[in-house]
Design a protein around this ligand. Structure first.
Ligand code: MEV
Length: 340
């Protein structure tokens, strides 16, 4: 039996803008997904909510689910409407289709028993689905004696991410797979992926995460919402976030925290204008700014998590508690996919 561990991720900057080719800076967060896998005759996996209950399918059924999902994705891509594939992979059917694609691509014709246990709430903006996709690929490959490079794991995990999010940037799975602090930019023929640990070697401190509530919309739906905004309005904000991502890279190097705070707050303002914030997030952002800190929503938004920063971390944590939320003090830039 193989046990794999994969972190979640948080965007320091660049979510949504990254979908249109702007750069993003992502850090792996120490809230992890664990997947256990072992070879079997059939394919079985546990439920999201109940780790004891397993569904079992024949290998052929699983491969068929994978084929069907890829067909629906292609259809969605052509019609610019991913609603069919999104409803096909709702809930546990994502695992069915995802495992089908993994078995197919890795040329595996026998089954596997998979148990997923994730500490990341779904839709939290912390890369829960990417973390699961990366973990599934790595664990299933290892259980069948295939040792894939991180790049191979990442590329296959991206195929799974497409089922859930339509046309994701690939930034989330990259951060979860490689870990650390990553500069990511979608590009053709190859995405730009640069580990930033050498140039930003100090610890990223005084960040606190706050989980607001589960989003009503999925990542795919929120990305579509932004995509359908008036072109000029969207482009201005997307380009501005991209410009700030370049500046953020320099600022992090030089620990220029006062400018970093301005950039985080300005990024939140732009994301909010793109329509992916909610009143709870606006309240937190404004209260954190009032005590001299910075806060922005993370990932697709519409709820989920906020990333907050203050020189005085305790003061920030106290404010968050006073607002009725729990501050999460997780380590940033942690190790990516690992076999335990
Ligand atoms: C979601 O965590 C981040 C988005 O930028 C989507 C993506 O990068 O694919 C909203």
């Amino acid at each position: 039996m193989v046990r794999v561990s994969v972190p979640g991720k948080v965007h320091l900057i660049g979510e949504h803008a990254v979908v249109y080719g702007e750069p993003a800076i992502l850090a792996a967060v120490d809230m992890r997904t664990f997947v256990e896998a072992e070879k079997a005759d059939e394919v079985s996996f546990n439920h999201f909510t109940d780790t004891e209950h397993f569904d079992t399918f024949s290998v052929e059924e699983i491969l068929e689910a994978g084929r069907k999902a890829e067909e629906l994705w292609k259809e969605g891509f052509e019609k610019k409407d991913f609603s069919h594939i999104f409803s096909f992979v709702k809930g546990n059917d994502f695992r069915k289709a995802g495992i089908g694609i993994i078995l197919d691509r890795l040329g595996i014709d026998s089954g596997v028993k998979v148990q997923v246990d994730s500490k990341l709430p779904m839709g939290s903006g912390l890369g829960s689905s990417s973390s699961i996709s990366v973990a599934l690929v790595k664990a299933i490959a290892e259980a069948h004696g295939k040792s894939l490079s991180k790049e191979e794991v990442n590329n296959l995990a991206y195929e799974l991410e497409k089922l859930k999010h339509g046309t994701p940037s690939g930034g989330d799975n990259t951060a979860c797979c490689f870990g650390g602090l990553v500069w990511f930019q979608k590009a053709s023929p190859k995405n730009i992926i640069q580990p930033l640990e050498k140039e930003i070697s100090h610890k990223l401190e005084n960040f606190v995460l706050v989980y607001t509530k589960a989003p009503e919309k999925t990542t795919g739906e929120l990305v579509s919402l932004v995509r359908n905004l008036e072109e000029n309005f969207k482009d201005q904000r997307v380009k501005h976030i991209g410009k700030m991502a370049h500046e953020m890279r320099e600022i992090l190097k030089h620990k220029n925290y006062s400018r970093m705070k301005e950039i985080i707050n300005e990024t939140h303002k732009n994301l909010s204008e793109l329509g992916v914030s909610i009143p709870e997030m606006e309240q937190i952002a404004s209260e954190v700014r009032n005590i001299g800190g910075a806060a922005k929503l993370c990932g697709a938004g519409g709820g989920g998590t906020m990333l907050c920063w203050h020189e005085d971390k305790q003061k920030l944590a106290n404010l968050i508690k006073d607002l009725g939320y729990t501050p999460w003090e997780t380590e940033l830039a942690v190790e990516g996919v690992t076999v335990l």
